[in-house]
Ligand binder design. Sequence first.
Ligand code: PLP
Length: 440
Amino acid sequence: MSHLFYQGRGRKPVLDQARGVYMWDTDGRRYLDGSSGAMVCNIGHSDETVLAAMRAQMERATFGYRLHFETEASEKLAAATAARMPAGLDKVFFVSGGSEAVESAMKLARQHALAVGQGSRWKVIARSPSYHGCTLGALAVTGYSSLTAPFAPMMREMPKVPAPRAYLDGLDPEDPATGHHYADMLEARIEAEGPESVLAFLCEPVGGASTGALVPPAGYMERVREICDRHGVLLIMDEVMTGAGRTGAFLGCEHWGVRPDIVVLSKGFAAGYAPLGGIVADDRLVEPVLDAGGFAHGFTYAGNPLACAAGHAVLQVIEAEGLIGRAAEMGASLKARLERLMARHEIIGDVRGKGLLLAFEFMADRETRAPLPREWRAFERFVQIAYDMGLIVYSRRTRDGIEGDHILVCPPLIVIEPQLDEIEETLDRALTAFAAELPA
Ligand code: PLP
């Protein structure tokens, strides 16, 4: 009997080893990590540069409380991170994961508003569907009702606007009018709430688990930035999944040349080598907060030297191995393969994503875009079939505006063509086996 519990009672094989894009369980079975865990292990498993940096840090010091010491590891990582940001975003605050980072971004935004005499601003508008974390504050900005509903009495739900689901609404994603259509819903919401009450808009540049790699239509991100500026609303970019190169740019928002006020990082930031997250904020936001007495926020493990040493080495590997360019290149190849699978398998209704943040969505009917019946639990079943064939992919069934089962295929950015062949071939077999099981 295990003393552990996570989401349910189901037990999984026991992980023994992981190297590159492969993982082995204690029975010696091999798995291709086609989702980088949960879109985390961007540089692959057991990278020697990162392990060496962590060993070296471990020999020096494994903990130094942030109110007692600075550490070289956190200073170096902060500098390397700031160097990767759009100009002016150069104040870094470390945490241990994505939810903590989202909380930190919202609290910094609020403290800035107070410091500059805008205490009436407190609402953070987000999108539906969306996922920004599982702590109560992050859930309040999450548009995923099955996750938020049980906790509704314990949190203050924040306003939501629809995600830009052009592919479901039959709108042309290349037409800027489409992007403006969805962005203008944000403006309408700000006006309905009262602009003087709105603190920030929080979104992912490319949707992650909640929307299955939804890429915003042309014109959307730029218009969102304009709308935020017009109403004095801060733009917080949740790059927890998209950051650190996954979409083929260091930050997903770079694809549209949009400069956020606060960037939220985790997952690929330390690529699974240590629990690490962070926010990077505009200097002009942070200075008034520090002048007004400081940021009233901080976790005990913030800036943990081992996590920061891992993060710094991960950034070095990303640079040295040109992994951002590889994400774009391998992503284009994998997307073409997913499109080939869509041509062969009727059940796939959409393929989407950017770089190596890619997904396909099951549909009962491509014409009407009708989803598979919810009770089929297609997302779970398909993942299990692929898993049993030695391929790990990630899936979700969403509602809240995008009703459907999507499968994320997001291998580490070090993936090479023969491994993409293996992913395509296994998905092909898994799709055939899955389709054979479906009710007529
Ligand atoms: N934000 C986004 C976009 C995420 O995808 C996630 C996790 O999946 C989070 C925040 C929360 O991160 P964590 O699970 O590390 O708390």
